[in-house]
Design a protein around this ligand. Structure first.
Ligand code: HRG
Ligand code: AKG
Ligand code: FE2
Length: 332
C-alpha cells in the first residue's frame, strides 16, 4: 500500500538519461538526485510524472491524434481488426466499449491491444495464448508505423528509468536487464473513453467508470493522456482517490505487480482507475514495460534483506500472471 499522498510527484529524468550508460553513473550528483526522487516517489505513491524524457512532443501528440482518428471511424470499420477467438484465443486487436472487464464489471472504454509479437512455439505451452501478430487498421494508414516507432522509444526510455529504479532499490543499474527484463514483453493499449453525454447523459453514474480499479501487471507503465481532461485517479492509503491530471510534456508513470514482487514490497503497485466525467472523448495510450515473458519473478535477495529478511511474495512466472489477467479481461 502506498502512503497518504495528496498529489503525484514530478521528476526531471534528464540527468539519468544523460548518464544511463556511464559505468560510474551512480556517482554522478545529477543521477543521484533523480534516484533519490524515484525512490521517494515509488515508496510514497507508486506513481510519478516524468518530464524531460527525450521523446519528442510532436510524436506523443501524433500518437493521440491518430488514435482519435481511429476511434472516430464507423463501428464496421473498427470491427475489421476485432480481437476474436477465431483460431484459438486471441488477445490482440480492437475491443468495443463494455467488452473489457475489470473485477467482473464492464469498462466504459474501447481499445486496441498490442503486445510484443510471439512466434509459434516461442515459449512452448506457456506462450500459446499470446502467439500471433498485432492487428492494425488500414485507416489511419500511418498508425502501424507510428505506433511501432512509439513503442521503440518507450521501451528505450523505460529501460533507462528502470536503471534508475534499480539504483533506487539499492541494486546495480543492470538489475532489470538480461534474463529479468532484457527482452521486455511490452504491451501497448490504445484506449478511448466516451465522454459522459455519449454514454448516458448523466454527469455521474456507475456506467461512467472508464476503467475499474486495478493494478498494472508488470514493471513500469508510461501513460500518454489527452490534455485538458482529468480522469485518471490513484488510490492512497486513506482510500481517497487522488487525480493525476494531464501535465503537458510529461508521462504519468506507475509501478506494476512484478516490481512489487522483485522489491519484496519496498515498492508497491498502486490501485488506480479512470473516470471520464468530461463531455469530451478521451484518448490514452498506455505503454507497459514488462519483464521477459518466461522469467520467474521472486523477491531479490538485497530487497529481502532491506525489508526484514522474510520473503513476502511467492514466485510468479510473468507470462502466467499475464495470461491469467488476459483470460479474465474478456468474456469469451
Ligand atoms: N496490461 C494492462 N496492465 N492493462 C491494464 C488494464 C486493466 C483493466 C483490466 N480489465 C484488468 O482487470 O486488469
Ligand atoms: O487511461 C488512463 O489514464 C490509464 C489507463 C490504465 O490505467 C491502464 O490501461 O492500465
Ligand atoms: Fe492501469
Amino acid at each position: 500500500m502506498a502512503t497518504d499522498f495528496k498529489s503525484i510527484p514530478l521528476i526531471d529524468v534528464s540527468p539519468l538519461l544523460a548518464k544511463w550508460d556511464d559505468p560510474r553513473m551512480s556517482e554522478d550528483p545529477g543521477v543521484a538526485e533523480v534516484v533519490r526522487q524515484l525512490n521517494q516517489a515509488c515508496r510514497v505513491a507508486g506513481f510519478f510524472y516524468v518530464k524531460d524524457h527525450g521523446i519528442p512532443d510532436s510524436l506523443i501528440k501524433e500518437v493521440r491524434t491518430v488514435s482519435h482518428k481511429f476511434f472516430g471511424l464507423s463501428y464496421e470499420e473498427k470491427l475489421k481488426i476485432k480481437l476474436t477467438p477465431t483460431s484459438g484465443y486471441s488477445c490482440r486487436g480492437y475491443q468495443s466499449v463494455g467488452e473489457n472487464i475489470t473485477k467482473g464489471v464492464p469498462d466504459m472504454h474501447e481499445a486496441i491491444d498490442c503486445y510484443r509479437e510471439v512466434t509459434q512455439g516461442m515459449y512452448g505451452d506457456l506462450g500459446r495464448t499470446m502467439e500471433g501478430c498485432n492487428l492494425w487498421p488500414r485507416d489511419p494508414a500511418n498508425m502501424k508505423a507510428l505506433m511501432e516507432e512509439y513503442v521503440n522509444l518507450c521501451t528505450d526510455l523505460s529501460r533507462k528509468i528502470m536503471r534508475g529504479i534499480a539504483l533506487a532499490l539499492g541494486g546495480l543499474p543492470n538489475e532489470f536487464e538480461g534474463e529479468r527484463a532484457g527482452d521486455p514483453f511490452w504491451v501497448l493499449r490504445i484506449i478511448g473513453y466516451p465522454g459522459v453525454s455519449t454514454t448516458n447523459g448523466h454527469a455521474t453514474s456507475e456506467n461512467d467508470i472508464g476503467c475499474g480499479a486495478h493494478t498494472d501487471y508488470g514493471l513500469l507503465t508510461l501513460v500518454n493522456q489527452d490534455d485538458g481532461i482529468t480522469a485518471l485517479q490513484v488510490k492512497n492509503s486513506s482510500g481517497e482517490w487522488i487525480s493525476a491530471p494531464p501535465v503537458p510534456g510529461t508521462f504519468v508513470c506507475n509501478i506494476g505487480d512484478m516490481l512489487k514482487i522483485w522489491s519484496n514490497g519496498l515498492y508497491n503497485s498502486t490501485l488506480h482507475r479512470v473516470v471520464n466525467n468530461s463531455p469530451k472523448f478521451r484518448v490514452c495510450v498506455a505503454y507497459f514495460f514488462e519483464p521477459n515473458y518466461d522469467v520467474g519473478v521472486e523477491p531479490l535477495d538485497f530487497c529481502v534483506k532491506k525489508t526484514g529478511g522474510v520473503k513476502k511474495f511467492e514466485r510468479a512466472v510473468y507470462g502466467e500472471h499475464l495470461v491469467s489477467k488476459v483470460k479474465t479481461n474478456f468474456v469469451m
